[in-house]
Design a protein around this ligand. Sequence first.
Ligand SMILES: NC(=O)c1ccc[n+]([C@@H]2O[C@H](COP(=O)([O-])OP(=O)(O)OC[C@H]3O[C@@H](n4cnc5c(N)ncnc54)[C@H](O)[C@@H]3O)[C@@H](O)[C@H]2O)c1
Length: 355
Amino acid sequence: MTDKVQYAVIGCGSVGPVHAHAVARCPEAELVAVCDVIPERADRCAALAGGEPCYDYLEMLEEVRPDAVSVCTPHATHADLTCDCLSAGAHVLCEKPLAISAEGMDRMMQTARAEGRMLAGVFQHRFDPVTAAMRRAVQEGLFGRLLNAGASIRCYRGPDYYNSGEWRGTWAGEGGAVLINQAIHSIDVMQWLAGPVRSVFGRQTNLQLPDCIETEDTACASLEFANGAVGTIEATASSHLDFDAAVHFYGTGGSFRLTTGGQDELEFLRVEDDEAAGRVQELLVEAEQRDEAGAVGKACYGTSHARQIMDFVEAVARGRQPAITGQDARHAVEVVLAVYESARLGRPVELNGAP
Ligand SMILES: NC(=O)c1ccc[n+]([C@@H]2O[C@H](COP(=O)([O-])OP(=O)(O)OC[C@H]3O[C@@H](n4cnc5c(N)ncnc54)[C@H](O)[C@@H]3O)[C@@H](O)[C@H]2O)c1
């Protein structure tokens, strides 16, 4: 017997092996199973990171009885699969987006409550050291009151990418495209820094790939934050740039632009007050001293999956809340869903229940 957290990963495509690799390096966890309906993927993941390869997640839950599970499957499967894991007694770390509908997210949270299990959502860029330092600086009031904030992403996702999984680029399988898959990271960091969004007015198009995907390849939105400030989202997967993702924050006391999506760098930084500027520098020096976390995924994933998985494992082992609960991971999805709805209706949409 071991008192390590018995951990399983479900979904061994692009990101599942990143989870498995990180779990295998977690001192408080033991990777017990890696599961995929495509057997070669589970086998390959097990060879990379360890764990028993499994091909049916319900059988795996029954036989292995894991304490914790990472859900790394296509978007539309997250709600059912997460509820099944919670009902089997496992705590769940679900990849973004938590679900593709509010109803799915409600169900996940209700099941977690009913089963007394933890639900956590992946937004690994909150663990990027410079991003985390800027959040602290904003919370300490070093940039004053929010005046304007925005999230942007320009990347390229062509037919090869969308054809790599039947679920990609479909409303039923992915729930959208660039907004719900790539931009959601910057949107989450933006709302983490700037606070919740109260209303959105969105537009979306698909001029580049109409024969390949049914969802948007480009979208934008104007936002109103809960504090009355306004902001923007700009997102395209047809830019021919590799990956340029950023968040900007303008406050009464200063401003910055931060790259997300694996870079985690400040493109500009201005702090009006000298004392506040000194404190921001202190936080940035601390950020530089953070250890590099390992990674085996694409560059745009960054290195922070390992940090978030370590936090989740510790939360399970010690019976505390994870840094990003399901509730924390929900608002970015709601913003994305509101942009789609607003684009469809051609008018602004209010968000209910901003955290
Ligand atoms: N946080 C990040 O940086 C990041 C990066 C990439 C992907 N993701 C997210 O991770 C999730 C998976 O994305 P991906 O790119 O790895 O997709 P993918 O298509 O490469 O892999 C998904 C895998 O899930 C498997 N699968 C589907 N249904 C299953 C089931 N019922 N049981 C077991 N396995 C099943 C598929 O066979 C496939 O191998 C998505 O939610 C995506 O948005 C997050």
